[in-house]
Design a protein around this ligand. Structure first.
Ligand code: PRP
Ligand code: URA
Length: 209
């Protein structure tokens, strides 16, 4: 089974509450998403490998740890995942960024792939799939499938708000993928929107509704 980490932190709780409020502006929504993602990035990267090197401080030589250098890739799912990229690249500027464009059909909720541009050496990288919303799990599962077909083996997923159904779906299909989530909400409504959720993340982020 995949590890599911629900990241509990007062700053995340507070900022997520502001994001959920229906009158929060796109500007604030965007900024809050970046801030929460930065906090989640801290937790999602906690297993990155370190190695020891010798350095010299102004006082003496010492052995100290640095990242071992395994390559990383950030894969936002378009559109809303784009709102999480800056938070990661602020902290890990050398990470490559690939994009997967998926659109959820409003009638069937099935994901439709319309774009993908990925780093070539995915098999060598630790991959962070970024999407604020995990509803049915269809989009996330499709993105993970695309990445695995391209050779990826070390995949983690970061979501802000998930439904229990979505979490279960990913655990069943992709038990090797670790998940980092800020909140698992009550469930899905008749249109497969997360309740209480925060609405349509892409529209709120980009002000398209
Ligand atoms: C949203 C969201 C996820 C997906 C979640 O994207 O950002 O990618 O829905 O739903 P699922 O778990 O049921 O697949 P959407 O398809 O609305 O596209 P958008 O970001 O371009 O608005
Ligand atoms: N996509 C969203 O943006 N929000 C939901 O609640 C479900 C899918």
């Amino acid at each position: 089974m995949s590890n599911v980490a629900v990241i509990k932190h007062p700053l995340i709780e507070h900022k997520l509450t502001l994001m959920r409020m229906k009158d929060t502006s796109s500007k604030d929504f965007r900024e809050l998403l970046t801030e929460i993602t930065m906090l989640m990035c801290y937790e999602a990267t906690k297993d990155l490998d370190l190695c020891e090197i010798e350095i010299e401080t102004p006082l003496k030589k010492m052995k100290a740890e640095v990242l071992s250098g395994k390559k990383l890739a950030l894969i936002p799912i378009l559109r809303a995942g784009v709102g999480m990229v800056e938070a990661f690249t602020n902290i890990i500027p050398s990470a490559r960024v690939g994009h997967i464009g998926l659109y959820r059909d409003p009638e069937t909720s099935e994901p439709f792939e319309y774009y993908s541009k990925l780093p070539e050496d995915l098999e060598k990288r630790t991959i962070f799939v970024l999407d604020p919303m995990l509803a049915t799990g269809g989009s996330a599962a499709a993105a993970i499938e695309i990445l695995k077909k391209r050779g990826a083996t070390d995949i983690k997923m970061v979501n802000l708000v998930a439904s229990p159904e979505g979490v279960e779906y990913i655990q069943k299909l992709h038990p090797d993928v670790d998940m980092y989530i800020a909140s698992i909400d009550e469930g899905l409504d008749d249109h497969n929107y997360i309740v209480p959720g925060l609405g349509d993340a892409g529209d709120r982020l980009f002000g398209t509704k």
